[in-house]
Design a protein around this ligand. Structure first.
Ligand code: HEC
Length: 169
């Protein structure tokens, strides 16, 4: 169990990224380090790990998966819903919309359950955090990317996304 909380939050998150780096044998990049991709050109291979991978047939899906990580976040729950919305809609970041309908009338894919009124369902925060960090703890074979262990979303990004999906009542 990896503990993530307030002051030690960033350090723990970096530690998690460092572990998965070791496991996958390559660097994990943050959003601002991602190489430029020109639409129509092949995606720069060194950038593949920095995105959620949605298909095992794509090169990113053949890169091996990090070990399942169960986490416990105990810090402040102060995500920014507006930033969370941007992360969720951005196809090169969270891209939650590819599989889920989301609050504020965003109609998305139907591979995952509809999250447009997620806030009204009153699910525990810990559950939601773990689902997004690494949902394999609940459903090992579900078609949802593993966002935490491979460094696609930081702890802060996940808090923002949670604030956004919790805003849907
Ligand atoms: C490639 C498809 C896909 C993407 C992209 C995706 N999800 Fe999911 N998600 C799923 C599936 C499938 C499930 C259902 C898992 C199951 O049945 O156990 C799920 C379940 C969930 C749940 C649990 C819902 C419940 O009713 O318990 C949450 C919360 C969630 N996803 C949030 C997100 C967020 C936030 C993002 C973006 C950061 C995201 N998902 C991106 C496919 C996806």
């Amino acid at each position: 169990m990896l503990n993530l909380n307030g002051k030690t939050l960033l350090r723990s998150a970096l530690f998690a990224v460092a572990c998965s780096t070791a496991l996958m044998g390559g660097p994990v990049m943050s959003q601002d380090q991602v190489p430029q991709w020109v639409p129509g050109e092949p995606y720069p291979r060194e950038g593949l790990r920095a995105y959620a991978c949605h298909d095992y047939n794509l090169p990113c899906g053949k890169m091996g998966s990090p070990e399942i990580e169960q986490v416990k976040y105990t810090g402040p729950r102060d995500g920014d819903a507006e930033k969370g919305e941007r992360i969720a809609l951005n196809v090169r970041w969270g891209n939650c919309l590819a599989c889920h309908s989301l609050p504020k009338g965003h109609e998305g894919g139907t591979i995952g359950p509809n999250l447009s009124n997620y806030g009204a369902r009153g699910l525990p925060f810990e559950y939601t955090f773990q689902r997004i960090w690494d949902g394999r703890v609940y459903s090992p074979n579900a078609h949802m990317p593993v966002y935490g262990p491979n460094g696609v979303l930081s702890v802060e990004d996940i808090l923002d996304v949670i604030a956004f999906i919790e805003s849907g009542k």
